[in-house]
Design a protein around this ligand. Sequence first.
Ligand code: NI
Length: 135
Amino acid sequence: MTVLVGRRESFNAAHQLCDPDLSDDENRRLFGKCANLHGHNYVLEVVVAGDVDPATGYVLDLKLLSDLMASQVIRDVDHRNLNTDVPWLKGCVPTAENLAQAIWERLRPELPDGLLRSVRIWETDKNWAQVGDGA
Ligand code: NI
């Protein structure tokens, strides 16, 4: 039987939605006030799914997942400017959609094959984006 387990972490970061290849006017038309530098209290939720290991009773030790989220994501993004400070976000507009995809790619190789089910990033308490289907 497949069981889902998850972990939630949070971080604070600044971003602005702008494409450096476009003019200020074009960016303002595309992204509105989000083209200005501003911050969010992000929440990152990661879900893994698999069989329960009879030896431990775990699908995955959530301490291990927490450590991975810290080392692969939080350490790089917390109190940073997502447009300029994070090497693995270089070249992407740091929307919640793009963050979710980039974080999925950061975590997937670090987890046993097939275990990662979803990555959801909350940008505000009302807006989120998700990769995978573990909602
Ligand atoms: Ni924003």
